[in-house]
Design a protein around this ligand. Structure first.
Ligand SMILES: *Cc1c(COP(=O)(O)O)cnc(C)c1O
Length: 407
């Protein structure tokens, strides 16, 4: 397609920078594997309590090394990214504590936990008597809001929460590492005590540094997104300060048990291999996102970020004109997928999301959005979020199908 070859020419320089970034991160990950002396002896499965699982311990020291933390929790028992985020909060917060988000309302799937009422069961913050307040990240850039922000952050606060990726909010930007660095410095100038926690979903390996290197204390994310490399079948990770990981481990299992238990009933090879493959996968996904951005912009659509903008995550947002286009877009992605290509995605209510969401994910690992996938809530401004790609070539083929279907 002419528009795609045009876009490939326009973005050649950016693609080159993405290749350099992947090379840097691949070298970082390979170095960690060598330093940890990973051997295939670590891949075997364990049962029962999983005491003394050396492979699990190796996997966790490997994650800690790659993400520059002291300790890590990397488990198939985490059902999703949300589970790692909620477990981190449960481990860090106690009754009477205060949580402040500085990037607005956190991701949809956390809203019950953070915003649910006192009467709701299941452990909402209100039920635990933990208060929660939000500041918009943009407010930090407005001088007239500084005293208001200071007043909020200088009150005793246990956890300050940052979401790196935009989630389903079109008008919020994803944070690059440089943005995170600046934001954390500002927070620290107002509050030196709070734990700074970053929802790192979709951000891993997008840049050369990770949030713990610019002052975060805890990061958490999903293994069926970036750090699973499209290979890891399920699970999540949490990395950071040793004392904090120890509290969080007790919330994940039970006080007194911590991280010493937890069997990997399946072979651990895909957990190691997924991490090894992740820098390459992220590179393919980013190159795909840039190609989509440039092509669709040429086709007259508003895209965010634009092709030439620095990225903090792998997600590409495209603003479509109406519901029909959103449906056609997702249909085009689905029908160009290796798995379930014959299925028509219909908007459905998904656990944890406020509005019905249309999701196209013809993926090998169910729901894995590190594979080529698209989704969007059925509401104005009709934005579709598209991300992932096991290979750049697959994204290119998908894009050509999208252009055919919506133009
Ligand atoms: C994906 C995601 C999550 C967690 O989602 P799960 O579907 O529970 O894995 C949280 N925050 C952001 C920004 C995400 O992109």
């Amino acid at each position: 397609m002419k528009i795609i070859s045009e876009a490939e020419k326009n973005t050649a320089g950016i693609q080159q920078l993405i290749n350099e970034n992947s090379l840097f991160n691949q070298a970082k990950v390979l170095k960690a594997f060598r330093e940890e002396k990973i051997s295939d002896d670590y891949f075997h499965s364990t049962e029962g309590y999983g005491y003394g699982d050396e492979g699990r311990e190796k996997l966790e020291t490997l994650f800690a090394r790659v993400f520059r933390g002291e300790k890590a929790l990397v488990r198939p028992h985490f059902v999703s990214g949300t589970h790692t985020l909620y477990t981190s909060l449960r481990g860090l917060l106690r009754p009477g504590d205060r949580l402040v988000s500085v990037t607005g309302e956190p991701y949809d799937t956390l809203s019950r936990a953070l915003r649910g009422s006192k009467k709701e069961e299941g452990g909402t913050l209100a039920e635990w008597n933990i208060s929660f307040q939000c500041i918009e990240e943009n407010d930090f850039k407005q001088p007239d809001k500084e005293s208001k922000i200071k007043a909020i952050l200088q009150e005793p606060t246990r956890v300050i929460y940052i979401q790196r990726s935009r989630g389903y909010t079109y008008f919020r930007k994803s944070l690059t590492i440089e943005d995170l660095d600046e934001l954390i410095k500002k927070i620290r100038s107002m509050n030196t005590q709070a734990v700074i926690m970053v929802d790192n979903c979709y951000g891993e390996f997008v840049q050369k540094k990770e949030p713990l290197e610019v002052g975060a204390d805890i990061i958490a994310g999903s293994l069926i997104k970036n750090p699973g490399g499209g290979i890891t079948p399920t699970g999540g990770y949490i990395v950071g300060n040793a004392r904090l990981i120890s509290s969080i481990s007790c919330a994940a299992s039970a006080p007194g048990l911590g991280k010493d238990l937890g069997a990997f009933v399946h072979n651990k090879r895909p957990y190691f291999q997924g991490l090894f493959h992740a820098p390459h996968l992220v590179g393919e996904a980013l190159k795909g996102a840039v190609l989509i951005a440039d092509s669709l912009e040429m086709a007259g659509y508003e895209v965010d970020p634009p092709a030439n903008k620095n990225r903090g995550d792998i997600v590409q947002a495209v603003r479509l004109k109406n519901r029909e286009e959103l449906e056609a877009f997702c249909q085009a992605v689905q029908s160009c997928s290796p798995v379930n290509s014959f299925v028509t995605p219909v908007a459905g209510v998904t656990a944890g999301y406020k509005d019905p969401i249309l999701m196209a994910a013809g993926t090998f690992v169910q729901g894995s959005s590190s594979e080529f996938s698209a989704d969007g809530p059925l509401r104005e401004p009709w934005v579709v979020y598209i991300q992932g790609g096991l290979s750049y070539q697959h994204v290119l083929l998908g894009l050509s199908n999208i252009l055919k279907k919506i133009l």
